[in-house]
Design a protein around this ligand. Structure first.
Ligand code: BG6
Length: 492
């Protein structure tokens, strides 16, 4: 079993307690932390939502949620112990006349003990809920508020949320989640860079040719079509997850992993992103929608069919981003993400430059140079491709082969979900894996500029076949123009 640092007792209130996030992620995460003995006995988990249910119905909901998220059946005796922590309050937290006393009566309200308010609700009601919490005296002492992404839909709305929430909670009490930062492999990215002296001297424009960040998903938008259509791949994935990955690769070494040190370095990267302009946007970006195709041999509909109407929302985006600073001058960062791609695969490829002199007669091209591949998911691990002589007499053939550091082979532990780590960090008061206000706003500023450029340039919407293609052919063309190729997306 992995080692866990115990946390102190806490109360957590989940607004949107019976919602999708609570079911898929929060309940299972809390259960697993409890099952590993990390959550102290007198901690409380309180679900809040408008659904008219009582404690026992909420416990049944939580049981189903945890069983759904766990490969094996839950042990009922153990579950009985866990469910003692659970309680439920039915209320509309945005209604000024709501019965807050019922909720307050369940909280310990001890200044020494963290009281966490997790807003797993639409961002539109972040501010009203926080205002209500302030009014009933629940925002002081050791209170913390957790905000799920997306924080707004553009810079203006993000600022409104940040200001509204900031008027009630201090910045150090606000935990803005990007769950990618809780993923093991994403944290390992920092360890890889800063705990190995091997990479840092090479981690710049002199040795690195370009960087690719791919987050490919094979599922479509399904039941989330309503939300997704108002968002699209750029807002849903790039503004947060992909830009966070880019920041961790591009940032300068922070002084420590504590407090603000990492966050400050990430903000510098976001501020150095070159804005996309009308004249360059069609060359440096591709937007597309999936059309009907097939996933694992089964026919699936296209985005518009799933949505049931016409739409100009992209389900795929590919970008060539530039970080305008000394370290990264002339090193493109190619980003791509999409729904209904060929496989589910997230990876980061650091492509090194070819050896300066081709004494073995290699042809030009990245196939012949070193490559560091960080598999974010699935098959978590790191591969470093080296050029090796193929055995055999006659001639000298060179092959590119990986030194393969698979997590599964090296650590026989259950993989904690990103939310497990992040929830425990909130309890511990560790903000380093959460986004600071300026970070969210800088990311929106860049994304807003890109959206505006798309509109001005009337950037076309391309298509790709669901489940069959790695995105549209135009995304490949974007790299071909630079004499490069995407690394193939593997089908899991
Ligand atoms: C969410 C997006 O933030 O991340 C979803 O809203 C996406 O659209 C999800 O599917 C991907 O997360 P993961 O952890 O499955 O890669």
């Amino acid at each position: 079993m992995a080692e866990f640092i115990p946390v102190g007792s806490f109360d957590i209130v989940i607004f949107g307690g019976t919602g999708d996030l609570s079911r898929r992620k929060l309940m299972p995460a809390l259960y697993h932390r409890w099952a590993d003995g990390q959550i102290p006995e007198n901690s409380r988990i309180i679900g809040v939502s408008r659904s008219d249910m009582d404690d026992s119905a909420f416990k049944a909901f939580a049981f189903d949620a945890c069983e759904e998220a766990t490969p094996e059946k839950l042990d009922k005796t153990e579950w009985k112990k866990f469910e003692k922590h659970l309680a439920y309050v039915a209320m509309d937290a945005t209604d000024p006349k709501a019965d807050w006393e019922a909720l307050k009566s369940l909280l310990t309200l001890d200044p020494e003990r963290p009281c966490i308010f997790y807003l797993a609700v639409t961002p539109k009601i972040y501010v009203p809920i926080c205002q209500a919490l302030g009014k009933v005296g629940l925002s002081d002492g050791n209170s913390r508020v957790v905000l799920e992404k997306p924080i707004g839909t553009d810079l203006v709305s993000a600022r409104e949320i940040n200001e509204g929430v900031g008027a009630v909670f201090c910045e150090e009490c606000i935990y803005r989640i990007d769950h990618y930062l809780g993923k093991e492999t994403v944290q390992n990215l920092m360890v890889l860079r800063f705990a190995n002296s091997l990479f840092e001297p090479l981690w710049n424009r002199t040795a690195i040719d370009h960087i690719q960040i791919t987050v490919a998903e094979h599922y479509g938008v399904g039941e989330r079509a309503g939300y997704y259509d108002g968002s699209g791949a750029l807002r849903d994935m790039v503004q947060n997850h992909l830009l966070q990955l880019l920041c961790l690769i591009a940032m300068e070494p922070p002084n420590s992993i504590d407090g603000d040190a990492i966050r400050v370095e990430k903000i510098k990267v976001l501020e150095a992103l070159r804005p996309m302009t009308k004249d360059k946007v069609s060359k440096n970006s591709v937007r597309a929608q999936y059309k009907a195709g097939s996933v694992k041999g089964e026919a699936v509909g296209g985005y518009l069919e799933e949505l049931g109407r016409d739409s100009d929302t992209e389900t795929f985006v590919a970008l060539k981003a530039t970080v305008d600073n000394w370290r990264w001058a002339r090193v493109p960062f190619y980003l791509r993400t999409g729904k209904r791609m060929k496989g589910r695969h997230s990876e980061i490829v650091i492509q090194f430059r070819p050896a300066p002199h081709a004494m073995f007669g290699q042809s030009k091209g990245h196939g012949q140079s070193n490559r560091l591949v960080i598999n974010v998911q699935p098959d978590e691990g790191v591969k470093l491709y080296l050029q090796i002589k193929e055995p055999g007499p006659g001639g000298l053939r060179i092959k590119s082969l990986p030194m393969d550091l698979s997590y599964e082979d090296n650590f026989q532990v259950r993989y904690p979900d990103a939310y497990e780590r992040l929830l425990m960090d909130v309890v511990r008061g560790n903000l380093s894996l959460f986004m600071r206000r300026e970070e969210v706003e800088a990311a929106w500023k860049w994304v807003d500029g890109l959206l505006e450029a798309w509109q001005e340039a009337e950037t076309p919407m391309h298509t790709y076949q669901a489940g069959v293609e790695d995105g549209p052919v135009e995304a490949r063309m974007m790299l071909r123009r630079d004499d490069r190729d995407w690394w193939e997306i593997k089908d899991d």
